[in-house]
Design a protein around this ligand. Structure first.
Ligand code: AKG
Ligand code: FE2
Length: 240
């Protein structure tokens, strides 16, 4: 899985960082097309039955989260997930800091993930949050926010590991945003296998006539109509 490094370190990918920033600022989410290879998608899916890779197995229906399953990885994370979590954090921390400045939130994020994790761990948020998700026909993921304690990194990454219209139909990643005193707006994120979306965890800044204001974001997955859909999530804060 060492090949997993290449996308983030590839120059063409780095050159896309300004585009990612523009997308995030304009809509609260942005794409990282082809972040991981088809082989890496297959390797991640193949981890599903390996219980020693995971700390917890959640059946979403039992908690009212929707229908389908997910598993939180344990430490040490698989090398690909570990590398992506560290490298993507470094790309996203400056954006997160700018967003907090726009939203008048005092918190600033260190530029390296290890330092941010140390902050989480000191506060008792020590459990790893990256996860692998599996959905079958009829499964779905209710709109939610991945908050796991006081410390929150405001951006997260969702990687699609299956190919729409080949491996599954339906099952779209859906984002909603709720603006003060307005009705909610929904958007579908177009992903192919190997693509990732960077999404806001709970808030994003929107420029208004009287300055910036805070919009509440949620994400979920629409029902899978046919087939099997795998995804993986990278959340940068750890859980209490
Ligand atoms: O399956 C998906 O696309 C969404 C997964 C999710 O909720 C997450 O990674 O936090
Ligand atoms: Fe989520």
């Amino acid at each position: 899985m060492d090949t997993l490094f290449s996308p983030v370190h590839d120059d063409s990918r780095c050159a896309d960082t300004p585009r990612l920033m523009r997308e995030l600022d304009a809509q609260g989410w942005g794409l990282l097309p082809g972040l991981i290879s088809a082989e890496d998608c297959a390797a991640l899916k193949a981890l599903w039955p390996n219980d020693q890779e995971f700390r917890n197995h959640i059946h979403m229906a039992r908690h009212g989260f929707g229908r389908g399953e997910y598993k939180y990885f344990s430490y040490p994370l698989p090398p690909l997930i570990q590398a992506l979590r560290r490298d993507l954090y470094e790309i996203l921390a400056p954006i997160a800091n700018r967003w907090n400045a726009y939203m008048d939130i005092a918190t600033r994020y260190p530029l390296h993930h290890d330092d941010f994790l140390a902050r989480c761990h000191e506060a008792g948020q020590v459990r790893p949050t990256p996860l692998l998700l599996r959905y079958h026909e009829g499964d779905y993921n209710c709109l939610h926010q991945d908050l796991y304690g006081e410390h929150v990194f405001p951006l997260q990454v969702v990687m699609l590991l299956s190919e729409p219209n080949e491996d599954f139909t339906g099952g779209e990643l859906v984002l909603t945003e709720q603006r003060p005193r307005m009705q909610s707006r929904a958007e579908v994120v177009p992903l192919h296998r190997g693509d990732a979306a960077v999404i806001a965890v709970h808030h994003r800044p929107v420029r208004g006539v009287r300055g910036n204001y805070r919009v509440t974001m949620r994400h979920g997955v629409s029902p899978i109509r046919t087939g099997e859909r795998f995804s993986a999530g990278i959340i940068f804060h750890d859980a209490a």
